[in-house]
Design a binder for this molecule. Structure first.
Ligand SMILES: [Zn+2]
Ligand SMILES: [Zn+2]
Length: 338
C-alpha cells in the first residue's frame, strides 16, 4: 500500500510500505480523511524536535473499519466509521496516575513519535477508536483538532454567562470558541484579518477584534465594562500574545495557554499576584473532550465545512504541506481524502 512519508526537511513523497495486519484486540482501518496539523507542518519544516525522519505524518483521522483481529468486541464491525484517538499514554507517570492521560509524560502521538495515518490502511487497538456513523466522513477528521480547543475551554473551567477572550482563530482557536460557546459563555475572538474574524463570528463568537486594525486591550475593556475577561485562552503561541493574555484577564480571572511559544517569553509578573490569576497549561484532549465535540458537531445546523480550507486527493498529497506553507495566513485546515 501507499503512504505519505516526510523524508527530510521540505521533502514529502508517496512510498510503498508494508501492508498492516490486525493482531489480537486490533482493528484494520481504511483511512478516509486525514486533516493536517500544525505539528505535521513543523515536521515538514524540520522544526519538530519530537520527530525522527522518515515519518508518516497525520493524527487527525476519520476511517472505516476494514477488518478485525481476535478479541475485538462485535460492535467494531466491518464498514462502521470511526474517529481515531491518536494519543498513547503510559499509565504510570504523575499525569496518568491522576487520570490526566492527555498530559502523559511519555505520550506518543500518531505521526509524531510513531508513524501516523497518512496511509491507505492503518492498524490500531480498538480502544483508540470512537464509533460514529452519523457525522459526515470528512467531519470525523475535524474532531481531534476541535477537541484540543474544547480541552482548553475545560481547563479554563469556563462556565455559562462568563466572558471569554480567545486569542487566535486558527483551528485550535476555533475549537476554543466553539467549546466556550457550547459551555454558554460570551466569546470575544481576536485574530488578524477579516477572514479569521468572520469565521469566529460564524462559529458563535459574540464579538471579533481585528488585531491588525484595532487596539485589542481598549476594545476588550470597552466590551467588559473595564473589567477584562473572566477567562483568556491563548491559542497563538507568540510572546506578545502570551503577555497580552495577562493584560486582558480580569482580577481573579483565569488564563489558559494552549498555544506553544517557540521562544522565551518575558513577563512583568506583578499582575500574576495583583490579579491573583489562575494560569494553566493545556495539551491534547481527553476522551470526554472528544465526546463533547461529537455532541457539538451533531447538533450543528450548518455543517462546519468553512473550517476546511482545501481537500487534496491522496495522489496530490505530497502537494498539501507545501501548499500550507505558501498559504499559511489563509488556511484553517488542509485535508487529504484517501
Ligand atoms: Zn493536531
Ligand atoms: Zn503517563
Amino acid at each position: 500500500m501507499k503512504a505519505l512519508m516526510i523524508e527530510g526537511e521540505g521533502t514529502c513523497v508517496l512510498r510503498d510500505v508494508a501492508e498492516p495486519h490486525p493482531g489480537p484486540g486490533e482493528v484494520l482501518l481504511n483511512v478516509r480523511h486525514v486533516a493536517l496539523c500544525g505539528s505535521d507542518l513543523s515536521t515538514f519544516k524540520g522544526l519538530n524536535p519530537l520527530v525522527s525522519l522518515p515519518r508518516i505524518p497525520g493524527h487527525e483521522i476519520g476511517a472505516e473499519i476494514a477488518g478485525v483481529g481476535p478479541g475485538v468486541p462485535s460492535e467494531y464491525a466491518v464498514g462502521r466509521r470511526v474517529i481515531v484517538v491518536p494519543y498513547t499514554s503510559c499509565g504510570v507517570c504523575p499525569s496518568c496516575r491522576k487520570g490526566r492521560v492527555n498530559a502523559c509524560r511519555s505520550n506518543k502521538t500518531l505521526g509524531v513519535q510513531q508513524d501516523g495515518g497518512l496511509a491507505e490502511r492503518l492498524v490500531l487497538p480498538y480502544g483508540k477508536l470512537i464509533l460514529n456513523d452519523t457525522l459526515a466522513p470528512r467531519h470525523l477528521a475535524l474532531v481531534e483538532p476541535l477537541s484540543v480547543g474544547f480541552h482548553a475551554a475545560a481547563r479554563g473551567a469556563i462556565a455559562a454567562g462568563e466572558t471569554v477572550v480567545a486569542i487566535g482563530c486558527g483551528m485550535i482557536g476555533m475549537g476554543v470558541i466553539a467549546g466556550a460557546v457550547h459551555r454558554g459563555a460570551r466569546v470575544i475572538a481576536i485574530d488578524i484579518g477579516e477572514a479569521k474574524t468572520r469565521l469566529a463570528l460564524a462559529h458563535g463568537a459574540a464579538h471579533a477584534i481585528d488585531a491588525g486594525r484595532e487596539d485589542v486591550v481598549a476594545r476588550v475593556m470597552e466590551l467588559t465594562n473595564g473589567d477584562g475577561a473572566d477567562v483568556v485562552v491563548e491559542a497563538v503561541g507568540s510572546p506578545a500574545t502570551f503577555r497580552q493574555a495577562i493584560d486582558l484577564a480580569a482580577f481573579s480571572g483565569r488564563v489558559v495557554y494552549v498555544g506553544y511559544a517557540k521562544e522565551e517569553v518575558s513577563y512583568k509578573t506583578q499582575f500574576f499576584n495583583m490579579k491573583e490569576l489562575d494560569i494553566r497549561g493545556s495539551r491534547n484532549a481527553l476522551a470526554e473532550d472528544f465526546r463533547s465535540v461529537v455532541d457539538y458537531l451533531e447538533a450543528l445546523q450548518t455543517p462546519p465545512d468553512d473550517l476546511i480550507s482545501r481537500v487534496f486527493s491522496f495522489a496530490e498529497a505530497p502537494e498539501a504541506l507545501p501548499y500550507w506553507v505558501r498559504e499559511r495566513d489563509n488556511v484553517v485546515k488542509v485535508m487529504i481524502e484517501i
